[in-house]
Design a binder for this molecule. Structure first.
Ligand code: HEM
Length: 352
């Protein structure tokens, strides 16, 4: 939940910080009228200003290299961010090893291992330069933010200062929405986490790039409610001889590798891959929002950035909560040395 959202402050320092972040947000998103979304206590826009000033440069530079070789990692990183934050909050729990673990649950089908490795590689690079001061949870958020902008999407700041969790949640993965959901179910599920219809339509726009496996959309083939474009239908029949086929289809038939507003144009043409996508155009509560984003990419970018900043603050651990993992896939071991408690990056997965 969005607990402890900072309210307006009367101190001159906070006012000027708010003003600066407001300008930063507005200029980054090219939306002059937009105030930055509120941020929860413990996070800040410049959290690593002194402890790791080169953080954002290191992340962006590395991801540019990664995406040059494999542009599928961009959508993969954005999905990892959603699946981390929506289950037990943005605490890096999706990165943790264990048997069983969170990332192997059915709702996480298709999470790409190479993108999980990219987060670990970022951690290693950043910790080498700055020491163990940056959390894996923050790296997940930064990587997702850069995955969007480096694929043609909006450039926007994200608040930082999350700590890593010590546990993962298998049951929590049941809260992730399924591809066969109707709009009413999606709206309910997201409303429970304080997201409105505009947020839901904007976040679904993440399906403007990336891929899906046959099992996730097989039930959409030959569907009449919501309807499916006949050409897309025929292509999906060829791609997926059965629901168990390991093949994949692109989420956005127009511009599969670009972060733009074509996803909404697809919906208007019955070319949404999932029922959860296509129904947004069929439901009166969301159709107008889909049309407005199809017509106005700037508006989509603005609402998407806002919703991502909001999503990035779900149930975060800050301050003395949690820890900064020495390796993203394992919590640090608590080691008692006489009366001093130290933390070490030791594999605890067997104890989870
Ligand atoms: C609204 C409800 C949502 C549903 C039902 C849903 C469902 C899915 C499913 C089933 C896949 C295919 C996975 C596979 O077969 O490999 C997928 C892919 C993807 N999802 Fe979602 N998703 C939703 C919302 C979101 C949100 C909020 C984001 C991010 C902000 C997101 C980002 C992505 C991306 C980028 C991919 C492509 C991943 C890749 O290419 O590896 N999704 N989603």
């Amino acid at each position: 939940m969005m607990a402890g959202v900072s309210g307006s402050s009367t101190t001159p320092l906070l006012c000027s910080l708010f003003f600066i972040s407001s300008l930063l947000f507005a200029s980054c998103t090219h939306a002059s009228s937009q105030a930055p979304p509120p941020i929860v206590d413990g996070l800040s826009w410049d959290f690593y200003r002194t402890s790791c000033p080169m953080l954002e440069g290191i992340v962006s530079k590395h991801l540019q290299k990664v995406f040059k070789k494999d542009n599928g990692q961009a959508p993969a990183l954005l999905r990892i961010f959603f699946h981390d934050c929506f289950v037990q909050g943005c605490d890096g729990s999706i990165l943790l090893d264990g048997s069983p673990n969170e990332k192997d649950q059915p709702a996480n089908i298709g999470i790409r291992p190479e993108a999980l490795q990219t987060i670990e590689n970022l951690r290693s690079l950043v910790h080498k330069q700055c020491g163990r001061v940056v959390s894996c949870a923050d790296l997940v958020v930064l990587a997702a933010r850069d995955a969007v902008s480096l694929s043609g999407g909006p450039i926007f700041p994200v608040p930082l200062g999350r700590k890593d969790g010590l546990t993962f949640s298998i049951d929590g993965t049941g809260n992730l929405p399924g591809p066969s959901s109707r709009t009413g179910q999606l709206l309910d599920r997201f409303a429970g986490r304080n997201f409105d219809a505009t947020d839901v339509v904007a976040l679904s726009g993440a399906h403007t790039f990336g891929r899906a496996h046959c099992a996730t959309f097989f039930s959409r083939i030959n569907q009449t409610d919501p309807p499916i474009d006949p050409t897309l239908n025929n292509n999906l029949i060829k791609t997926c001889p059965s629901s168990q086929s390991p093949n994949t289809a692109v989420l956005d038939v127009r511009t599969p590798n670009v972060f733009d507003n074509k996803y909404y144009v697809n919906l208007a043409n019955r070319q949404g891959l999932f029922t959860s996508d296509q129904d947004l155009f069929g439901d009166a509560r969301t159709k107008g929002i889909v049309n407005s984003f199809a017509e106005n990419q700037k508006l989509f970018f603005e609402k998407f950035s806002n919703a991502v900043v909001k999503l990035s603050q779900l149930d975060v651990l800050t301050g003395k909560q949690g820890q900064i993992r020495a390796k993203c896939s394992v919590p640090n071991k608590k080691k008692v040395v006489t009366s001093v408690v130290e933390e070490e990056g030791v594999d605890l997965s067997a104890q989870m």
